[in-house]
Design a protein around this ligand. Structure first.
Ligand SMILES: Nc1nc2c(ncn2[C@@H]2O[C@H](COP(=O)(O)OP(=O)(O)OP(=O)(O)O)[C@@H](O)[C@H]2O)c(=O)[nH]1
Length: 367
């Protein structure tokens, strides 16, 4: 897929990468985005990708579903892994085919306004794995992209939990460098006003800390935890300036209008901040590749000049086409776009197809 230029980025669909702690409501939120976009005239229905191999049921119809390509249970058996290792390895296997996913997304890019990604329940599997980074970078270098960080609002009312959640969000923001929306979910159970207040008013957060239990030790002095959180909240002040926060209820649909307004604002942010940085990094990489190639070429030419002085070498140095290896007989694995017409045999199970090929094959174990 070609990289978006600053001028064409606004015409491309926005990729919404949905991330959040287990149980924060990611899948329900993806379903809500899906139904909201279907119901609005100003938007076209989205293109949805499920990247959670272990989920038993998703409340939406995904266009591409990792479970159609990777049998997560089989991966666990083959590699003798537990559930988290199984999810990570399944995601790694899927990532090796992500170029096909990008091709399918590109084919649909003209027909949709949003490409939505649902990620595995265990947040760290996506945010701290090589596959998560590869997928995020691949998507973000092809389409305007935004991270929707889903927060379980009722479980974030304690200042310490709020702070840990914000620190986690902060680490993802600085890792991906993408436009970032904090999605305070489940506002039907707990409104998110307290969070907005803590993010904008440092003293309000301090006051909440002071009134929360366990903040003073037996001598009436602030506990270590309390002092730490006080200092942290000062550091986070800078982080809060770099993001948008909206409250939604994935159950009632409250706040979805505001969420999509934040997505549109993020598209502009992507074009203004992320894209120039991406183009700069790409140029630097091309330049270093070009320099490395030139260096190899110079060394090759130097070696050839020496070898050509040896008549025995010149006699042996003939090219025999029969010795060429045929690399084209690799088995083709296809990612499935379920919104295209299916045809018999289209389903390919990456795990099973490998096993049938050679029962004795030992797959490389993750390092
Ligand atoms: N009241 C309320 N419940 C919600 C909301 N969003 C999600 N839930 C509930 O929260 C629970 C978890 O939701 P999921 O969508 O499965 O969360 P998830 O983050 O995808 O979960 P994992 O993939 O297991 O990490 C479910 O019981 C949902 O019904 C909401 O806006 N309001």
């Amino acid at each position: 897929m070609s990289a978006p230029s600053s001028s064409s980025a606004e015409k491309k669909p926005v990729a919404i990468i949905t991330i959040g702690m287990a149980g924060a409501g990611k899948s329900t939120f993806v379903q809500r985005m899906n139904s909201y976009l279907h119901s609005q005239n100003e938007y076209r229905p989205p293109y949805v990708l499920n990247l959670d191999p272990a989920v038993t049921h998703v409340p939406y119809e995904a266009n591409i579903d990792i479970r159609d390509t990777i049998n997560y249970q089989e991966v666990m058996k083959q590699y003798n892994l537990g559930p988290n290792g199984g999810i990570l390895t399944a995601l790694n296997l899927f990532t090796t085919k992500f170029d096909q996913v990008l091709d399918l997304v590109e084919k649909r890019a003209g027909e949709v306004d949003h490409v939505i990604l649902d990620t595995p329940g265990q947040i760290e599997i996506f945010t701290w794995s090589a596959s998560g980074s590869i997928i995020t970078d691949a998507i973000a270098s092809s389409l305007p992209a935004v991270v929707a960080y889903v927060i379980d609002t009722p479980r974030t009312v304690a200042p310490a939990t709020f702070m840990s959640n914000m620190l986690y969000a902060c680490s993802i923001l600085y890792k991906t460098k993408l436009p970032f929306i904090l999605v305070f979910n489940k506002t039907d159970v707990q409104p998110h006003d307290f969070a907005l207040e803590w993010m904008t008013d440092f003293e309000a957060f301090q006051a909440a800390l002071a009134t929360h239990g366990g903040t003073l030790d037996s001598e009436g002095e602030p506990t270590y935890m309390n002092s730490l959180m006080n200092s942290m909240s000062l550091v986070l002040d800078e982080f809060y300036k770099n993001l948008k926060a909206v409250g939604v209820s994935s159950v009632t649909g409250d706040g979805m209008k505001e969420f999509f307004e934040a997505v549109e604002a993020s598209r502009e942010e992507y074009t203004k901040d992320y894209l120039p940085e991406l183009e700069r990094a790409r140029k630097a990489k091309e330049e270093s590749l070009r320099a490395a190639k030139q260096d190899s070429m110079n060394r090759l030419l130097k070696d050839l000049a020496i070898d050509r002085q040896n008549p025995d070498f010149v006699r042996q140095d003939t090219w025999d086409p029969a010795e060429e290896e045929d690399d084209d007989d690799d088995e083709e694995i296809n990612i499935i776009d379920k919104s295209s017409d299916p045809y018999p045999g289209q389903y390919v199970d990456l795990t099973r197809s490998r096993r049938q090929e050679d029962e004795k094959v030992n797959w490389p174990r993750p390092g």
